[in-house]
Design a binder for this molecule. Structure first.
Ligand code: DHE
Length: 557
């Protein structure tokens, strides 16, 4: 049932909007103020370069190229470095995390040349995306009154995994026990994360293209009941978790435009959009593109915790009265990115990645608790990993994108005050290029991936540490050859993001290969560290993130 145009629908920019395509893909941007010595570029080339930039480069360098995870690429810098430097950097990459776009074959020689020339020009700004555009994109496919009043399937929803099929623009819902694919659902491109409503009924996913799907897991075959586009680039989505507000609101954060939107939790109707443009927390100078990175929902207050990357502010957005919105703005550190709760769910730890720090927020009191250096380059925890260390008590762990270290931070100010909010231990895992680290309350193992490591053997493996043996300063680990276990003949798959099942007895890894090649999910028995199962299916195209419904809903990690 497609919903009619909302009453306050307006024509204008929104009328041109095509929800099935990425907005950025359609851009016809003017070449901003060309200078005399600018490289000559046709409008067609400029459009192609803008598309490549937004799809491949903007995530790290920013749409306006002011830098974050990647270095700034404003024209004062690119012109000083010059064409040859840019061309070779794009071609060969760097050990600090810049991909080797040319030599990896992901860009042709002509594209590398084009991008080097493009970076010598001023960056164009994509269009804004306000309420008219959002409402025009909003589709209430099955209104709440037409949805089932009870669960219509026999799926064990709590043990379901929502798996991103990155390049096919889909998610697969896979049974945590039988490994059966219950549904494959069309979504935005490269869904970044999946989150679950507090009741466990609704699944929310957001594509890189800022398309949000709300899936009803009670339907006979789970399907999308509402959809909205919230911008042109986005990474985060969350739902209200506070008692009394279960399933009431959803929130999505965008990279472009830099803003977040609070939506109705039943329908995705957009209710309130807030821009994050403003002053950098310490310098107090204006930033035009402070992107919204991770968002989590507080368990202690009716608040969303919104992490604003470039200004270094953590916003506690009180959703109890969105007409009189109260936002607590916490000064933290620049380049906030990903993070998760401690085991009590009171403290939220988030990486300020390009600053090598982790910020800790007390979500009960609504204040910054600590800023901790992790000793490594570019902490990248995903949601992190919580466990009880044999010496330091409860800790939270992160690995690093820029080196091979794992850092443990004490999280128990009451029982282990001496260790709380300090880096208590740092040790080596497989290699740099790690993205995600994982354990489970039932597990004695800490798993560390390294999907972005340039060595194909390392990027296809996972390091596993025994938690009760972390008494050594440099604990030993075993290497699981997950990629090899997948038994894939072609390509160079990367192994990424472990996710536990509900019981905490097995951990799933994505074996992420090229779009035209076979990929898989490898299931490891957590007790024995042996291969338990390989999930293969022609529909399993480029699996990346996996989100177990129960663990995601309850913030168990
Ligand atoms: Fe992610 C989490 C942003 C590249 C897969 N990623 C996140 C979060 C952010 C983010 C802000 C936290 C969301 C939250 O918790 O609310 N990611 C970015 C980028 O800006 C970056 C560095 C560059 C880009 O161009 O997007 C980037 N991410 C990637 C990838 O290349 C990955 C491996 C595959 C992909 O989808 O493109 C990838 N990111 C993930 C996954 C999570 C994630 C699987 C969630 C992990 C979890 O366990 O919660």
């Amino acid at each position: 049932v497609a919903q009619e145009k909302p009453a306050d629908h307006v024509d204008g920019p929104a009328a041109a909007y095509e929800p099935s395509m990425t907005t950025l893909g359609q851009l016809q941007l003017e070449i901003p103020g060309r200078k005399a010595d600018d490289p000559v570029m046709t409008q067609e080339e400029f459009n192609e370069a803008s598309t490549i930039y937004f799809e491949r480069c903007a995530g790290c360098h920013g749409v306006l190229r002011k830098g974050a995870t990647g270095k700034p690429l404003t024209t004062d810098i690119t012109r000083a470095n010059g064409y040859e430097y840019l061309q070779s950097f794009i071609n060969y990459g760097s050990p600090a995390g810049m991909p080797n776009w040319g030599t990896s074959g992901e860009m042709t020689e002509a594209q590398v040349d084009l991008m080097a020339r493009y970076l010598l020009l001023e960056p164009p700004a994509p269009p804004e995306f306000g309420m008219p555009e959002m409402r025009a994109s909003w589709k209430l496919i099955v209104p709440p009154a037409d949805r089932p009043t009870e669960k219509m399937n026999d799926i064990d929803i709590d043990n379901l995994f929502s798996v991103t099929l990155r390049d096919s623009g889909q998610v697969a819902l896979i049974d945590g026990k039988t490994y059966e694919i219950h549904a494959v659902i069309d979504t935005g491109y490269a869904v970044h994360i999946s989150r679950i409503s507090a009741s466990g009924r609704y699944l929310f996913v957001i594509g890189r293209d800022a398309l949000v799907n709300m899936v009803d897991l009670w339907m006979e075959t789970p399907a999308t009941v509402a959809q909205i586009k919230v911008g042109s680039e986005a990474r985060s989505i969350e739902t209200s978790k506070m008692e009394g507000y279960e399933d009431k609101y959803a929130i999505a954060g965008s990279y472009w435009p830099p803003q977040y939107v609070i939506m109705d939790g039943d329908t995705l109707e957009p209710l309130k959009i807030e821009s994050t443009r403003g002053m950098i927390y310490d310098e107090q100078t204006y930033h035009p593109e402070p992107r919204v990175a991770s968002i989590v929902a507080s368990h202690y207050n009716p608040e969303f915790i919104v992490n604003v990357k470039e200004t270094g502010k953590i916003l506690l957005v009180d959703y109890s009265d969105i007409k009189n919105l109260k936002v607590t703005e916490i000064e933290a550190e620049r380049f906030l990115h990903d993070g998760g709760f401690d085991s009590t769910k009171r403290y939220f730890l988030v990486a300020a990645n390009a600053r090598g720090k982790v910020a800790v927020v007390d979500t009960k009191e609504g204040e910054l608790t600590a800023l901790i250096e992790t000793g490594g380059a570019t902490p990248h925890p995903g949601r992190g990993a919580n466990f009880v260390h044999p010496v330091y008590g409860p800790v939270w762990a992160t690995s690093h994108l820029g080196d091979e270290t794992v850092a443990l931070i004490g999280t128990d100010p009451e029982g282990h005050a001496d260790h709380a909010w300090k880096m208590v231990q740092s040790f080596y895992a497989l290699g740099g290029g790690s993205l995600f680290i994982k354990t489970h309350p039932e597990s004695n193992h800490l798993y560390v991936d390294a999907p972005l490591n340039p060595d194909p053997e390392i990027s296809a493996s996972v390091a596993v540490f025994k938690i009760d043996e972390m008494t050594e300063a440099e604990p030993e680990y075993v290497t699981l050859p997950i990629g090899e276990w997948a038994g894939i003949a072609e390509g160079q798959p990367r192994v990424v993001q472990g996710e536990f099942n509900k019981e905490g007895t097995e951990i799933w890894f994505s074996v992420w290969n090229g779009k035209e090649q076979e990929s898989a999910i490898v299931v490891v028995d957590d007790k024995t560290l042996e291969l338990k199962h390989v999930i293969k299916d022609p529909r399993l195209i480029t699996p990346t993130g996996k989100f177990n419904v129960f663990n995601t809903r309850q913030d168990v990690y």
